[in-house]
Design a protein around this ligand. Structure first.
Ligand SMILES: Cc1cc2nc3c(=O)[nH]c(=O)nc-3n(C[C@H](O)[C@H](O)[C@H](O)COP(=O)(O)OP(=O)(O)OC[C@H]3O[C@@H](n4cnc5c(N)ncnc54)[C@H](O)[C@@H]3O)c2cc1C
Length: 483
């Protein structure tokens, strides 16, 4: 056994673990990522960035690289396959970016390597022991077992998280009763009516019976589609069994008749409608994020996005704790802020499943809901839920509209000309936007790593300064003094 030392061990190099490692490395934290798989699978469950994830990547200057790897720009989102519009939100990204999960992982891993942090592949976390000062992580490699001591361990090791199980944290929820299949299918003859390019969620998927559903998402290569089908009321005896190509061919025939012909099935996998959330996201020096903390039916395209947003929330807090700039109370706000957001996603997914047209009543409810979703305010509410744009943290109270709200990235006027505030977040520091230097000291007292920008005006009345956290949420404001 060798005995290395590091600040933070991240278990799992999925999107959540890689994003977290990126945030930690940016903040100067020594981080080691342990990944069970010797090589990336190159397969993609998720296919999208929601607007809030795009905003967050833009804060770090990571969006350009992601855009280059994207295969579609999708003008809306969906709730139970009912399209919802993002334009009611003040965002520069009122759309989903179509990007395969494998590209997200490859890109984040490249960015991480550029920061000098490598993923240790073929390294499977077995268990750990923590005391008040450190955590000792045991993992399996080709050469046997190894051990790594760290100040913190973060379980980003997916739905079957070993870290969560070893931590003894409950994972309450439901097992569900249905199943779905995703298959990347190359059609010789594309089904009638299928979109050629993924531009909208309209007509992408639909219920096909009381509990069955199907969908087709064009993947950017001619004839190549993500074919999704399933049944909410029954499931195979073994959910982990491989999906046979015959099964997928039969499902395509059942769904689209012989107007469509399948030439190749590149990949297929099953998923379930289980929904569970870890009771706690932190116990001592061990934390959970992403699918290790919450799982749900992939309705609305939310899971990967939720994990990346967890990582952005935790990264700077953990870095501040490791560096000794903050105490336990700051790290505790990770669970306080993100657990309710995860619970809300599980609830909205349950509501989406509730709109399955199982009966005359639920068909009528679904039709009514579809009509309601065309109302701008309803659409805004729903798209805010599935995208993360609607998240507002109440940690700092709600006495001012900026507090706990996200940076909307409207241009601000500075002496040097107009500026996008997002460009100030590249270093991962706090950002103070202020109309007067008088507030710099007060902000610095709360934020040791601070970028200050003098602006001529702020988008809120009677406000002289707003302090943003590294993840782009306002945590302090200075009202204009009354004279
Ligand atoms: C069919 C399907 C479609 C989906 N579509 C979407 C979508 O369109 N949009 C969306 O946002 N989300 C979608 N999701 C959800 C999304 O894929 C997940 O939420 C996302 O993968 C979670 O990322 P993660 O990094 O938390 O976990 P994972 O992606 O599961 O990554 C965990 C990593 O940890 C590694 N690991 C596991 N155990 C260990 C161990 N003991 N030691 C070391 N490493 C370990 C694994 O090998 C893996 O690399 C979909 C999910 C499914 C099933």
């Amino acid at each position: 056994m060798n005995n290395l030392g590091t600040d933070v061990v991240v278990a799992g190099a999925g999107p959540t673990g890689l994003m977290l490692a990126h945030e930690l490395a940016l903040a100067g934290v020594d981080v080691v990522v342990l990944e069970r798989l010797p090589v990336r699978t190159g397969l993609s469950k998720a296919l999208n960035f929601q607007p809030r994830t795009a905003e967050m990547l833009e804060l770090r200057g990571l969006l350009d690289g992601a855009e280059e790897r994207s295969f579609a720009t999708v003008q809306d989102g969906h709730f139970a396959m009912i399209p919802v519009d993002y334009h009611g939100w003040d965002t520069r990204f009122p759309f989903q970016l179509g990007i395969p999960q494998a590209s997200v992982e490859a890109y984040l891993e490249e960015r991480l390597a550029a920061q000098g942090t490598k993923v240790l592949r073929g390294s499977e976390v077995i268990d750990f022991v923590q005391d008040k000062d450190s955590v000792s992580v045991r993992y399996r490699t080709d050469g046997g077992e190894a051990q790594l001591n760290a100040k913190f361990l973060v379980g980003c090791d997916g739905a079957r998280s070993v870290v969560r199980k070893e931590l003894g944290v409950d994972f309450p929820g439901v097992d569900g009763e249905g199943f779905g299949v995703v298959a990347d299918v190359l059609f010789d003859k594309v089904p009638d009516g299928a979109q050629k390019q993924w531009r909208t969620m309209r007509n992408i998927g639909e219920p096909t019976g009381e509990t069955t559903f199907k969908g087709l998402i064009p993947l950017g290569e001619p004839g190549l589609y993500r074919f999704i089908y399933g049944d909410r009321a029954s499931r195979p005896a073994d959910m982990r069994s491989a999906v046979s190509h015959d099964e997928v061919r039969q499902a395509a025939l059942d769904s689209y008749g012989d107007s469509a012909t399948v030439s190749e099935i590149r990949w297929a996998s099953r998923f379930s409608d289980a929904a569970r959330q870890a009771e706690h996201y932190r116990v001592g020096r061990v934390l959970l994020a992403g699918d290790a903390a919450h799982i749900h039916f992939p309705a609305g395209g939310q899971g990967l996005n939720l994990g990346v947003q967890d990582a952005m929330n935790m990264g700077w807090k953990l870095a501040a704790t490791v560096h000794g700039w903050a105490g336990d109370d700051l790290l505790d706000t990770y669970e306080a802020e993100r657990h309710p957001v995860g619970a809300q996603v599980l609830d909205n997914v349950a509501a989406q499943l509730g709109l399955t047209p199982r009966s005359r009543e639920s068909r009528a409810l679904r039709a009514l809901f579809g009509e309601l979703a065309t109302l701008p305010q309803v659409s805004r509410h729903l798209s805010g839920m599935v995208s993360g744009l609607g998240v507002r943290y109440t940690t700092y109270g709600t006495s001012h509209p900026a507090l706990g709200s996200r940076l909307t990235d409207q241009e601000v006027d500075t002496e040097a000309g107009p500026l996008r505030p997002s460009t100030l977040f590249r270093t991962g520091d706090f950002v103070l936007l202020t109309t007067t230097p008088a507030h710099v000291d007060a902000a610095r007292a709360q934020a040791p790593r601070l970028t200050t920008q003098l602006v001529t005006e702020l988008p809120w009345p009677s406000t002289e300064a707003v302090l943003y956290r590294p993840d782009g949420y306002a945590c302090w404001v200075a009202p204009t003094p009354t004279r």
